[in-house]
Structures are given as C-alpha cells and as structure tokens.
Design a protein around this ligand. Sequence first.
Ligand code: IMP
Ligand code: MG
Length: 174
Amino acid sequence: MEHKGEVLFNKDQIKEMVAEMGHILTEEYRDKNLMVISLLKGAFVFTADLIREIKLPLVVEFMTTSSYIDESTKSTGFVNILQDVNRDIRAFDILIVDDIIDSGYTMKHVYDVLSSRGPKSIKTCTLLDKPSRRQTEFECDYVGAKIDDYFIVGYGLNLGDYYRNEDHIFVYKE
Ligand code: IMP
Ligand code: MG
C-alpha cells in the first residue's frame, strides 16, 4: 500500500516488547484480582497478545471509546464511551489497556469514569506513548515504548478502520 512509511517496530520487536510488559505485570498483579479493560477497537490486537503473557488468573472486559471523526488523525478532545463495561468492578484491580496515548484525553476520561465506580485499584497500560502530544496531565503506569510525533498504523492501530491486521507498526505517509 502506498501509504506505508518507515517501519517503527517489526513483528519480533513487538513480540519482545509485549512479552516484557507481560512479565512485569505478572509480578505486579500476583496477589491481586486483575481485570483487564481493553479499549476497542485499537487495543484488541495488543490485548490479545498481552493477556497471554500475563501468567495469572485474570478477566478481560472491553470498552469502546471514540474521539476521532472519520478519517481524522487528531482527537476532538471529546471522548465518547460507545460501549461500556456492564459489570460491577468493585472487587477488581483494574488495568486499562490501550494501544497508544496521544493527547491523553481517552485514558484520562476512562480512568476518571472507572475510578468513580470504586475498584480496589486502577492503573493504565499502553503499548505506545507520544508524550510530546499530551494535552492533559496524564501519566501512564506501564508503557511499552515512547515514540515521536508520528501518526502510526498496524497491529490494531488504524486509519479510517484499515491497517489493523498488519503485523508490524509503521508510519502512515500522506
Ligand atoms: P488520545 O485520546 O488523543 O490520547 O488518543 C488516543 C486514541 O487515539 C487511541 O486509543 C488510539 O485509538 C488513537 N490514536 C492516537 N494516536 C494514534 C496513531 O498514531 N495511530 C492510530 N491511532 C491513534
Ligand atoms: Mg483508541
């Protein structure tokens, strides 16, 4: 496809990064009651791999959030929860999982909404982070890698809902 730019992370690099995160999370959540809450759609590929690297009992729930309009590469700043978690989270240690943090609006909003429901604890995890783009105070607890200000696709990340099935992560070229 003509829009495929530089490869930022190939399949093996992603695998290694996810395994390392899973290893850390396995230690951190050993005596906890882990519920992974994955933010659809972008985080579904990462979540599927990450949970298999966490060698503990856990449950997975999904939330669908949206802050982009159609084929835009910028957040509107308004985060919509299109599909919520329909169960009581008070008995759980929540780990919110997203594919990438940009402005921080999505994670911040989901964190605030879920915190207000009184879970035992709540932390955040992202495969990638673009700290230079932050519009909020938000700091993520577990980050696979920090990257510069590129719009990237592949491994669940999309543009206009395409490229999610690519097994490497690359820069989208206009
Ligand atoms: P934020 O709310 O601005 O932090 O944006 C986070 C959401 O926007 C993520 O859940 C992604 O789905 C999407 N997003 C942010 N940056 C990128 C990117 O470079 N490529 C694809 N999706 C992105
Ligand atoms: Mg998203």
